[in-house]
Ligand binder design. Sequence first.
Ligand SMILES: *Cc1c(COP(=O)(O)O)cnc(C)c1O
Length: 737
Amino acid sequence: MANVSSTNPIEKLREKLPFPLKRLADIAYNYWWSWTGDRLSLFRNIDPQMWHESKHNPVAVLQSTSYVRLTQLANDPVYIKRVKALAEQFDRYMTETDTWANRVAPKITYKNPVAYFCAEFGIHESLPIYSGGLGILAGDHLKSASDLGVPLVGVGLLYRQGYFHQTLNRHGWQEEHYDDNPFEEMPIELLKDDRGEPITVSLEIRQRTVKVQVWLARIGRVKLYLLDTDREDNDPIDRWLTGHLYGGNQDTRIAQEVVLGIGGVKALTAVGIKPSVYHMNEGHAAFCTLEIAREEIQRTGKSFYDVEESVRESCVFTTHTPVPAGHDAFSPDLMDSYFAHYWPQLGLERDQFLALGARRLGDPWEPFGMTVLALRMCRAANGVSKLHGEVSRKMWNILYPDKSENKVPIGHITNGVHARTWTAPLIADLFCEYLGEDWSTRAADAKMWAKVDEIPDAEIWWRHQTLKERLIAHTRSRIKASRVRREEDPDFIEIADSLLDPNVLTIGFARRFSLYKRGYLLLLDPQRALKIFGNPERPVQIIFAGKSHPADEQGKRVIQRLMEWCKHPAIRDRVAFIENYDIYTAQKLVQGVDVWLNNPRRPLEASGTSGQKVCFNGGINCSVLDGWWCEGYIADAKGKGTNGWAIGEDAHTSDQELQDRIDSESLYRLLEEEIVPLYYNQDKDGVPHGWVKMMKESIKTNSPAFNTDRMIADYVTQIYAPQSAATIEPILASASA
Ligand SMILES: *Cc1c(COP(=O)(O)O)cnc(C)c1O
């Protein structure tokens, strides 16, 4: 049909591209490219400037590239060969049927998949709908589910403005900025029905009908459905329901959670998916259990209490928060205004309804807890590390008064990271050579990782140094741009070009600046810190990054103190703070640092994942024994770490100031007596063999455990389909490299 242009954005892009490049349209609209062999260069080569400006968004690049440039590429035999090879690899990946999941859990099908609900997804910097660890974990979950062939769909929200952009002003104070996400230029597709009208579902929110439309992002074989209320036929206020991630007050928050939980279940029905398992990743989505019940009540005419058991059978829950205050809970008033029309549809009275989210019964002011609702309505619940499982059992014992603490039905599955996303191509290439071309599909295979010992020290060291140089180049250019924007002193701008030194021991510290993460710990004794960083023979340097929640004044004050440090004359070429932390900067950091520092207040780090990303690149962790590091850290008979360092060891007190002093003392001592001497003990070629030995230990011991292939396998065999857990199969992801 000539001259009829398509409304499907992939078709539309394909129409624009010259024949030999047409397949780039399919690849650009599937984030599979972002973790695959040739990942960056094929799109970057089209227009490096646009690639950079679009935050590495291939759809935006292809849409804006001129016809002249496209024909030029279509005439380049080398380029079209690369396109062809990538397209073939993509087709193989997408059509593979003999997958791990298909062998181990054939009962989960694409018709009745696992539906994974989360308020944020961190897939790639060009899809900014994440704020931190929870989102990155969700993104890595989808990627490994795709690689292992687990039939799974994601459900989330498409935020018009996402999380905020961070700049720091001349006083080091964080300022928040919001930009519209240009959905039409992003690798997502608005779902439409046969008549070309957007597919919508309707919700009753604050006594208005809100229409929700559904976008699709493709993450390999996994489909991620993103809900959006920004439609012309909605009230202007309701259009902003999906405006910001974690932006508003309790009122916006509950409204968003209604959209995610209730809207999410309706949206899946609207697109013809009937999940066999609903996985709530954190409590935000727990309202979905109510909607599943409501649909069943409507279909069968049964009572809520009669369908409750079957709802439980299909629902599972992962909790992420080790402090009671961190769990969403809404006042009875707020619940009234959002649910007064809803509980009659469940055949419940107000009291019966509110009891579903109450920790204690009989108190009229008892808030409605999302975690409580999830624990009530799910057949399985888990924390995200061994220690976090224990903490959660203790915290929620109150809901199970007849059970002792260790019998509380909350288990744990320790988080991991997606190896193919976080390993630098330069290191991946080394793994191909020494571990085998298929290393990335065997990420959970400890025997394979043992071969890391065969890599010559100098070989891994120069690659690591090269990555550190790239990190430093990235840091300098970002810092310089920030200083120019702030109109700092010309001298201070100028020295950004020589900031940091690749030969100096480099520490990374990047994460959200919540107070419990103690970004200030390293500076607790400024004199001692100055001595360590400013040591003329064996200096140390550090790169910080991270945002503080807009309402978190204390977090912002920590950032401000660090910014003062960046100006301190004695060490200003040794300290840097990169603004606006995102996945791209995270990759540069975890791939380039020598040491990854993490010093949360124990046991507030449920798992943490950034330190795991470092291991795949040969970085070494120096961390409080909290979250995943409790399980990862290995010490020898004398109590010395062999694959990293433990801050504070096992000294715990409830006096927070005292704990800070104990932990900072331990950190200084580790730096002075162990970390710095080991790093600077180098041979005549500059290779620190003792250090490299520890790098290899870090890779070898942590990689097989703390990756999302292992994690997804655990979810499948323990939670999604425990009945098929009898099959013992090596965890092999589909080859994509
Ligand atoms: C991995 C990651 C995090 C999580 O960091 P933690 O130290 O585990 O809290 C946060 N933000 C970004 C951008 C990340 O890549």
